[in-house]
Design a protein around this ligand. Structure first.
Ligand SMILES: *Cc1c(COP(=O)(O)O)cnc(C)c1O
Ligand SMILES: [Zn+2]
Length: 425
């Protein structure tokens, strides 16, 4: 049975009952500052829990870990059989860096991104609260996952998006029956806020103008990534977790999962958390300048559109500081080079996800991996969400007459691929 006992501010520590609180901690809210609330548990029932017992927990999708998730009512635990994603050893990259580099491939989830974990738990909580409509402001994966789980739960779903959102992402959301409305960047949050306050719509993401606060129940879903990594590695905790961040919800959730396993006595150390942003990101700005809280930074363009925000939640900074971690900033060219590197490992990942490998590469060059034996990169989504980004850095496939000479010449000219002069098997 789940033992969620309340919500607690990650900044000032104030505690609140489990309730529909999505605007952060009222006590320490101040101007542009807002702090995330996070779910608290009573672990008494889990005293003395062994690794074997934890490993043998059963359930559909994420609900395998139901005792550590904030949903009491079993009938509310909806699932699309999310989670249990593979942890793939990247052999080429491991050889080149001298560190075991694993990819936790979340692109294999129901909507091909790690937002499924958030949407699963947050939507289950919506059912428990008796909500009828779920909503989110998103141009991409968050909207797709919210829409899919609303469909699964039999709830209506309204996604506030932007006119600039990609057709592929909008189609994905509409495929699950979500009702999409495009409006202005800040207007999305104002409309969403109005509907949350006046009509009881249930938000799966942020709608405040201060530092993003979002849905604390959904963030719990990300803890399961940490649980799975420990099980998949037979309890050998990786030295470093590298994950791309936007609002930092996934980043904090994964960190919280490890922290919880240590609290339960199942592991004796936790990994260092490395957050990755495009150059000029808000978390990097806060870490570099040793700020007490993140602040808004100027917006910029990046090929990594899922992690290109101008602000980030307080909880991301908490995860960095608690884990002794830091941030790495990566420019577009390195992101696309990393996407190709993952490609040669047999993994096609969204540019935002490739940023994690670009960061590993950057740390390796700077000597920042010395002492580390194993690293896990979180592959947050699939490359098929944005094939245009890949097409832009690759040669256009040559069109040739069906003649052997011409075909060989094209292979050589376009790809530098020289054909051996004799048959090789
Ligand atoms: C949302 C998203 C992220 C960042 O997640 P946050 O919890 O907002 O930090 C990273 N990668 C992809 C592909 C995403 O969709
Ligand atoms: Zn507070």
């Amino acid at each position: 049975m789940s033992k969620a006992t309340g919500l607690k501010c990650v900044s000032c520590g104030a505690e609140y009952p489990v309730s529909r609180m999505f605007e952060g901690c009222p006590r320490c809210r101040d101007g542009e500052f807002a702090a995330n609330l996070t779910v608290q548990y009573d672990y008494t029932d889990l005293n003395g829990l062994t690794r074997q017992e934890f490993g043998s927990w059963k359930g559909e999708g994420l609900w395998r870990f139901a005792p550590l998730l904030p949903i009491e009512a079993e009938e509310c635990r909806i699932s699309l059989l999310e989670g249990d994603t593979p942890l793939v050893l990247c052999r080429g990259v491991s050889e080149k860096t001298g560190v075991q580099v694993f990819a936790k491939d979340e692109s294999r989830g129901p909507t091909w991104s790690y937002k499924d974990r958030l949407a699963c738990v947050a939507t289950a909580k919506a059912l428990e609260f008796g909500a009828k409509v779920t909503t989110v402001a998103s141009t991409g994966n968050h909207g797709a996952a919210t829409a899919a789980y609303a469909a699964r739960a039999g709830l209506d779903c309204v996604v506030f998006t932007l006119p600039t959102a990609s057709e592929a992402m909008l189609s994905l959301m509409q495929a699950y029956g979500a009702k999409l409305v495009a409006t202005t960047f800040y207007g999305r949050w104002d409309l969403m806020s109005h509907c949350v306050k006046n009509f009881g719509w249930y938000p799966l993401g942020n709608y405040v103008h201060a530092l993003p606060t979002g849905n604390p129940f959904g963030v719990e879903g990300y803890k399961t990534i940490a649980y799975e990594i420990c099980l998949q590695r037979d309890w050998e905790v990786p030295d470093i977790i590298v994950s791309p961040v936007a609002y930092g919800e996934g980043f904090y959730g994964i960190w919280k999962g490890f922290r919880e396993l240590k609290q339960l006595g199942l592991i004796d150390r936790t990994p260092t958390m490395i957050a990755v942003e495009p150059s000029g990101g808000p978390l990097s700005n806060a870490v570099r300048n040793n700020l007490p809280a993140p602040v808004r930074v100027p917006s910029k363009k990046s090929v990594a559109f899922s992690i290109n925000g101008d602000m980030i939640g307080m909880q991301a900074l908490v995860a960095i500081r608690e884990s002794g971690g830091t941030t790495v900033e990566v420019p577009d060219a390195e992101i696309m080079a990393a996407q190709a590197m993952f490609g040669r490992e047999g993994l096609y990942v969204e540019p935002s996800s490739a940023a994690s490998l670009a960061a590993v590469w950057k740390m390796a060059r700077a000597g920042g991996l010395s002492g580390a034996k194993s690293i896990v990169c979180i592959i947050t989504s699939s490359g098929l969400k944005d094939p245009g980004a890949t097409a832009a850095v690759n040669p256009k496939p040559p069109v040739v007459e069906p003649q052997v000479d011409e075909m060989f010449r094209a292979l050589k000219d376009v790809y530098g691929f020289e054909v051996a002069s004799r048959i090789t098997y």
